[in-house]
Structures are given as C-alpha cells and as structure tokens.
Ligand binder design. Structure first.
Ligand SMILES: *Cc1c(COP(=O)(O)O)cnc(C)c1O
Length: 358
C-alpha cells in the first residue's frame, strides 16, 4: 500500500501519473517495446519529448525569446556550468547565500572563477532571506545567482526582484509550485526530482540572447547553445525521466495549472505552520515572511523526542520526515503531488503526538 511520502527529493509523484506509466510500461503506444527501450531519435520518442517541452512552456507561460533545455547532471552540475559559460561576460558574478544549496553553488563556482558573495545568512543559521533592495549588487556583476526556495532550511524569498544584471535562479524545489514571471530571469534551472518527476533530468530555462553570449571555448556538452541546437539531444537524454515529466506536466495542466497549485500549496503550508505556531511543542525558526510553502522544517522543543516522532510517524504511514542531516529535526516536503489529505493526516498525527508526550 502506498503511504504519504514527505521526502524532499526524489519526492512523491502523482499517483495518476504512476498508474499511467505502469499501464504503458511493457509496451508503449503499440510500438512493441517499452519507452525505456526506444531510441531518442525515433519519431515517436521525439513527439513525446517535444510535447513535454511545449506543455512546460505553456504551464510557465515562457516567452518566445527563451529556450527550454532538458539536460542531465542535476542542479549540482549547473553550479559549474553557469560560471563556465557566463563568468567571462563582465565583472565577478555576485552570489547570495541563504542556505546549503546556494552555499554549495558558491563553493563550486569559486573553483571556476572569482565570485563576489554579496550576502550570507550562514552566521544566523540560514533562517531568513534578505530583500534585494537591501543588497549592494555591483554594477558590473556578470550575473547574480540566488535560490528562491532553499530546500533544506525551508527559507524562501518573498519577492522576485527586478535587477539590471542577468538574474540566475536555482528553482529546484520551487519550480511549478506557483506562477513566476520568467521575463525577470536570464537563466532558471531545476533538477526534476522535487516537483517535476524522476531524478536524472535537469530543466533549464534560458534567455536566448544570454545563451548566445556563453563561452565558446567550452566542449559542446558544457554549452547551452550546443544543447539548444540539438534540441536537448546532443547525446542520449534521460529518456524515461523526460517521458514521466511530460505526464506530470499534463497532470498539472489538467488540475488547473500553477495558480491552482499556488493556492493548494499555500493552503497546505498554512495549515501546517498553524499547528507549529499554535504549540510550544513544535518550533520553526524561519522568519515568517520567508517561510517556504513547500519545505517545512520543524524541531521539537524536547530534542530527545525526535527519534520517537520519526518512528511513530513512519508507523502511521507518514514517511521521510527526517530533516537533512546537517540541520536535524524534521522536515515535511509538500510539493504539488502531496494532496491536502496527506498534510491533514500529518497534522492529526502531530496533534496526537503532542497530546501524548507534550
Ligand atoms: C535538490 C537540490 C539541489 C541538488 O540537486 P541535484 O539534482 O542532486 O544536483 C540543488 N539545489 C536545490 C535548491 C535543491 O533543492
């Protein structure tokens, strides 16, 4: 029996999508073979891949002057690929560090080029994100890198800035959770295993004029423009993940698109934060206006009870609530595919656990 999966990633996938995949697994579309066994060069596979791209563009309302790429290597590979392509443009890139992932992006990027870290909340345990109007972005920064939603700390920016420099965002955990104005960005990247589908796939949305300026001395696999020329099939793409992602996009569209999910995600998150805020048994340290609507970390006032919370929650069909090992405590990741019912079951358990041990 399937249980509620609060994993941060690879995360839960809509059951409707899994059932459809199951029904097509042995033989896809009368082709006599599985989609996993099919060349990416066939007309049939190309049509699946192209349609997934088209649906993704429609869902996010991506303008024509942007390219969408389906790549590999995860968000982590983008930590290198972005500075390799764009750090030569002007002055040093500027990085904003609000959690583990942007810290890692800064550390990895620093191996490639000199980076100006213009903000870090590490000394305050990553419990908030700044406002862009309070940041000093050097005029000549080749690009500005930030993460709208830090998956591990549950810290989100409460605004999308308008800046003069190219804006680059790691949206691995926030993509498709709410509508965004793509026009404000030069590059958006996201690994798939949070809110898009199975791991192995990385989606990049890139402004075409920015892509053209990428470093031409790099090998093809490291160049966005080469991937674009080959329709993201420069080499064999992660065909199965791409196919499942396409089904998730159809599912998102069918349910009402990103405004529907923004409303649902906000509702799920506010219910969960309410339980945390109404008790002094559960604690979330993040500044209220920077609370994530998809990753909700919390600790118990009595830390000794945490292993018991994890054990009993799992026994009650609530899986993968353990916080990241660097942070400890608990974390509920409630992306699009987590229904309200799952969150309500978690809330019931939290109330029950508190009345038992609080
Ligand atoms: C999960 C995640 C990553 C790492 O993704 P990989 O696919 O493992 O490289 C990077 N950034 C954010 C914000 C994430 O949530």
């Amino acid at each position: 029996m399937r249980k509620w999966n609060f994993s941060p990633g690879p995360a839960t996938i809509p059951e409707d999508v899994l059932l459809e995949v199951q029904s097509e697994l042995l033989e896809f579309n009368n082709a006599g073979i599985s989609i996993m066994e099919m060349s990416h060069r066939t007309e049939l596979y190309s049509s699946i891949a192209f349609e997934a791209k088209k649906d993704f563009i429609e869902i996010l309302n991506i303008p024509d002057n942007y390219e969408v790429l389906f790549l590999q290597g995860g968000a982590t590979h983008q930590f290198s690929m972005i500075p390799m392509n764009f750090s030569h443009l002007q002055g040093k890139p500027a990085y904003i560090t609000t959690g583990t992932w942007t810290k890692r992006a800064f550390e990895e990027g620093s191996k490639i080029t000199e980076i100006d870290q213009i903000f870090s909340s590490e000394n305050e345990n990553f419990i908030y994100a700044p406002h862009f109007k309070d940041l000093k972005i050097p005029e000549d920064a080749s690009y500005v890198h930030y993460c709208p939603n830090e998956t591990i700390h549950g810290v989100a920016f409460d605004h999308i800035p308008t800046i003069n420099n190219p804006l680059v965002a790691d949206m691995s955990s926030s993509i498709l959770s709410e509508p965004i104005d793509v026009n404000k960005f030069s590059l958006i990247y996201a690994s798939a295993q949070k809110n898009i589908g199975p791991s192995g796939l990385t989606v990049v949305i890139i402004k075409k004029s920015f892509m053209k300026q990428g470093n031409k001395a790099l090998t093809n696999l490291l160049r966005y423009s080469e991937h674009s020329k080959q329709n993201s099939m420069l080499n064999t793409p992660p065909t199965f993940s791409w196919y499942v992602a396409g089904k998730v996009f159809k599912w998102v569209k069918k349910l009402g698109g990103l405004s529907y999910f923004k409303e649902l995600n906000t509702l799920k998150a506010s219910k969960l934060y309410q339980v945390i805020d109404n008790s002094d048994f559960y604690i979330n340290p993040v500044h209220i206006n920077n609370r994530s609507i998809v990753n909700i970390p919390f600790v118990l006032k009595d830390k000794k009870l945490e292993p018991l919370f994890l054990k009993e929650s799992a026994e009650n069909g609530l899986l993968n609530l353990k916080g990241h090992f660097t942070v400890g405590g608990m974390r509920a990741s409630i992306y699009n595919a987590m229904p309200l019912d799952g969150v309500e079951d978690l809330i019931k358990f939290m109330d029950h656990f508190e009345s038992k041990y609080g």
